[in-house]
Every structure is written in C-alpha cells, then in structure tokens.
Ligand binder design. Structure first.
Ligand SMILES: [Zn+2]
Ligand SMILES: [Zn+2]
Length: 267
C-alpha cells in the first residue's frame, strides 16, 4: 500500500508584485536610490552619497516603513553616490549588503576609484571633490562573483541580481520578472550628471569604463524583454530609448559616426 505523504512542514514565502519607489537623493532625479517594496518589507537598491540616511528614512516613512523593514541592501557599484551611505544604513537596518566582488577593493577603500570620463561634464565633474568624497568603508556581506546570479526569491521577490559590467568592473543590475530592471549607472538620462531636464533622453553617465560592454548589456536586457529601466541618474526609460542608446554606444565603440546625441552638447 503506498505511503501517504506527510503534511509539508515547508512554509511558502509569499511572492508579491513589488512596487518600485524612487528615493530622490538629489532633486530633479539627479541622483536616485530605489526601494523595492513588497507586501511586507523592502529591498533597498543603492544608498546615495554619504549622509543620505535622512532622505532615505523620509521616503521609508512616507510608505509606512522604517529602516528595520529593509531586508537587503543592494549596492549596484562603488561610486560614492551609490555606495556612500551603505555602511550607515546597514547599522540602522541590520540588513546585509550585497555587491559584486569586482568592486570590493573600492568598497573597502583598499584602492582609490578610477574614472573614465565620457564628456566635458565628466571631465569637469572629476575635478570637483564630489566624486572623490570618501565614504565609510565596508565589507559586503554577500558577494557575487564573476557571472553568477542570485535569486531574490528568499526575499519574497521574483527576480535575480546579475553582473552587468561596463560602467565599473563590478556593476550589477536587479532584474525583476515584472519587466522592471534597476540598472544603476549602466545608462543615465537628462542633462549634465543626469536628471534635471529631458529625462526621456538616454545619455552616458559622466563616467563609464567600457561603452562596448555597456552596449552589449543594454542590448541583452532589451532583448530579454525588460520594459522599464530604473536608473541612478534621471529615468525611468523605456526599452526603445535604451536600445537607441545601446546602438549609438556600439557605433562609438566601433569607431563609426554616431547618429543623434550620445551625451552632452559641448558648451
Ligand atoms: Zn556610477
Ligand atoms: Zn551614479
């Protein structure tokens, strides 16, 4: 006689369609962090410049959340406007920090960040103290290595975190099955450092290591069906505009003339 299955002791973690909430670190979309808000709790993606805790707390409160509701802190890359408040927010929330190994020497401040400027904006910007503003060093608690991905299902979100190099060596993106993708600085939109005006127009961020790799990653994301691109500067953008930008970057990398504006008009 077949044995009856015992009742399952496994508890299902409810998976809900998450809400993506922009956290304005600087006005006019110039610098954004994001919250992925679930039925219960949230994931923070990027942490703003050093001292952004109050701005993040204000948005949490607007959504009836506190730092203790943050279950995971994802840092997309090691630039100061994304990693700047990570150590402090980990202290306040108790949540682990997830990042990619290829940026870890910058997170720990073992190696100073290097910048490949993309335009006159980047060249001016890199001469100011802002990009070099030191942030509190931290060791990420969860490190992605090479091309490995991590599912967010343990955090009640359908999606994965994936290595998307090109902006910095260890840049990552958060790909959700809702067709939303949070790409950090893989692409920006607007003017100057991003945001401010013309936010429907994709531009290169002020710094970018390798436009060819960025182009490939953006094409892969569009090809995978992502419809809404949430970014650290400006945005969000739709897939068509991201594809136009990716093709311009590919032409740039191949040394062909680029149609349309890739970045910023020369003053
Ligand atoms: Zn960046
Ligand atoms: Zn940035």
């Amino acid at each position: 006689m077949p044995m009856a299955h015992p009742p399952s002791l496994c508890k299902d973690y409810p998976v809900s369609v998450p809400e993506i909430i922009r956290i304005p670190i600087l006005p006019f979309n110039m610098v954004n962090a994001h919250l992925i808000k679930k039925d219960k709790g949230a994931i923070l993606v990027d942490t703003g410049i050093p001292g952004s805790e109050k701005k993040i707390e204000r948005v949490l409160r607007q959504h009836q959340l506190t730092f203790k509701d943050i279950e995971l802190i994802i840092v997309t890359h090691a630039h100061t406007d994304h990693a700047g408040s990570a150590a402090r927010i980990r202290e306040r929330s108790g949540a682990p920090i997830l990042a990619h190994k290829d940026d870890v020497d910058y997170y720990t401040r073992k190696v100073p960040m290097s910048y490949c400027t993309t335009s006159w904006v980047g060249k001016l910007f890199v001469k100011t103290p802002v990009p070099h503003e030191p942030y509190e060093a931290f060791e990420p608690d969860i490190l992605l290595e090479n091309a490995e991905t991590m599912s967010l299902s343990d955090f009640g979100v359908e999606g994965v975190i994936r290595h998307t190099a090109g902006h910095t060596p260890g840049s990552i993106a958060v790909e959700l099955t809702s067709e939303d993708v949070l790409v950090g600085d893989l692409v920006a939109s607007g003017i100057l450092i991003g945001g401010i005006a013309f936010t429907g127009h994709a531009i290169r961020p002020p710094f970018e290591d390798d436009p060819q790799t960025v182009s490939q990653e953006l094409q892969r994301l569009v090809g995978s069906g992502f419809k809404r691109f949430h970014m650290g500067h400006g945005g969000p953008l739709g897939a068509d505009e991201v594809m136009r930008h990716a093709e311009s970057l590919r032409s740039l990398a191949a040394g062909r003339p680029v149609r349309g504006r890739l970045g910023h008009p020369v003053p």
